[in-house]
Design a binder for this molecule. Structure first.
Ligand SMILES: [Cu+2]
Length: 160
């Protein structure tokens, strides 16, 4: 029920033209559990978590993302080296091989996540943060990230 509602919101936000295109070209990609955390102020950076499942027969690649609600969106990988946590943008995107599920979740071993930079409005629990994921083959895929209360998400401090 919640998934269906998310999809409808996404399509409504994207407009009738894009909705038509999405129906004409069904994608083999499934976006699971897109979530982010509440922020205390406008203008902050939010972390986007999700899983991408590729049920198709061809490999795809997440090339980038953008949002009308933020300045920019980057695909990041977090690594701990010598006790120091470091993040780096994945300039060449993120491979989503056929049959695979790619994890961009809090505490995922991969360290992958989306960095949503300069979120224009404060995010409160229950809000939705619209992000468009750009895939090499599947094209633009609108996703609404559901804002979770800070206490509900493991993984340490909110992003600076
Ligand atoms: Cu990051």
């Amino acid at each position: 029920m919640r998934m269906n509602r998310n999809l409808l919101y996404g399509l409504a936000a994207a407009g009738a033209v894009l909705a038509g295109a999405a129906l004409a070209q069904p994608t083999a990609l499934k976006i699971l559990q897109p979530t982010t955390r509440a922020t205390p102020l406008p203008g902050m950076t939010a972390v986007g978590y999700l899983q991408i499942e590729n049920d198709g027969r061809s490999d795809d690649r997440l090339l980038g993302a953008h949002s009308t609600a933020a300045d920019s969106v980057e695909i990041h990988q977090m690594r701990t080296t010598g006790g120091m946590m470091q993040m780096r943008p994945l300039k060449e995107g993120l491979a989503v091989p056929a049959g695979a599920r790619v994890d961009l979740r809090a505490n995922a071993a991969s360290g992958y996540h989306l960095m949503v930079i300069g979120v224009k409005q404060q995010l409160n629990p229950g809000d939705r943060l619209p992000v468009v994921l750009d895939f090499e083959k599947a094209g633009a895929l609108p996703v609404d990230f559901v804002v979770q209360p800070l206490a509900d998400t493991a993984g340490g401090k909110p992003a600076p």
